[in-house]
Design a protein around this ligand. Structure first.
Ligand code: NAP
Length: 245
């Protein structure tokens, strides 16, 4: 059957595959025909993701993205990749008056330094195939400010610019680098707000709801697919119209 978004024959690495968007991405990529390497810190939850995946040959590699040793072990353990989805991330809230060095280091090491070092190591080890597609999970917070989100927004704005420069640097191997910028997605990350607050926030979403993790995963598949061979250095906002206002 004709499918311009098929990932048949592709090998893909998904970070943050133990939960939320990363979990949905691993599952959707398997349904689209890819062989997937799943990584995060929690092996038990990664194993649960694996049980929901289709087809054979997927592999779990436990790694903390803030650990240089874990990144090296991850890079050594994967074969040459056609796609990398850098989805692992944290979103801690703190008004600027209260932040300290530890807070900044934690946010930046997970959301920026880890993904940057992972990409550096994959490239150095020649584990990125010609015409590969790399997708960073950014956020609307990179350009749309909200109180307590200064460091998170800064980390994601940095990811956007990192991705653009990387897009230039991987042109010689005809690889592509793009970002996805969701607003609220129905994952554990937003559960901290509580249902009453979420209901209030939802009212500001013109299309009436938050994204489902699968909807973000399908955008990752779009960028991984042959349908987007000429798309690089871009960013796709998925926000139900939230930042229109
Ligand atoms: N949910 C939203 O509303 C939303 C909106 C915009 C952007 N995003 C972005 O989407 C990405 C995924 O978020 P989510 O909503 O799916 O959150 P989630 O359900 O909390 O999942 C976060 C994932 O990141 C992994 N992770 C966190 N710290 C890690 C570390 N040090 N090393 C390795 N893995 C680590 C976690 O795995 P382990 O705990 O097993 O390590 C987990 O798999 C994040 O980058 C987030 O900023 C989310």
């Amino acid at each position: 059957m004709y499918n311009p978004f098929s990932l048949e024959g592709k090998t893909i690495l998904v970070t943050g595959a133990s939960s939320g968007i990363g979990k949905a991405t691993a599952i959707e990529c398997s349904k689209a025909g890819a062989k997937v390497y799943l990584t995060a810190r929690n092996e038990e939850r990664l194993a649960r993701t694996l049980t929901e995946m289709e087809n054979e040959g997927h592999r779990i590699i436990k790694a903390d993205i803030t650990s240089v040793e874990d990144i090296q072990n991850l890079v050594d353990s994967v074969e040459v990749l056609d796609g990398v989805a850098l989805i692992a991330g944290i979103n801690d809230k703190m008004i600027v008056k209260k932040i300290d060095e530890g807070f900044i280091t934690n946010m930046m090491s997970t959301n920026l330094t880890g993904p940057a070092l992972l990409m550096k190591s994959l490239l150095k080890a020649k584990k990125i195939n010609k015409q590969a597609s790399i997708v960073f999970m950014s956020s609307v917070s990179a350009f749309y400010p909200s109180v307590s989100n200064a460091l998170y927004g800064a980390s994601k704005a940095a990811v956007n610019q990192f991705a653009k420069v990387l897009a230039l640097e991987v042109l010689p191997i005809r690889a592509r680098v793009n970002c996805i910028q969701p607003a609220f997605v129905e994952t554990e990350m937003i559960q901290k707000y509580g249902e009453d607050t979420l209901e209030e926030i939802r009212k500001n979403y013109p299309l009436g709801r938050f994204a489902k993790p699968e909807e973000i995963a399908q955008a990752v598949i779009y960028y991984f697919s042959e349908a987007t061979q000429l798309i690089t250095g871009t960013s796709l906002v998925i926000d139900g119209g939230y930042t229109l206002r």
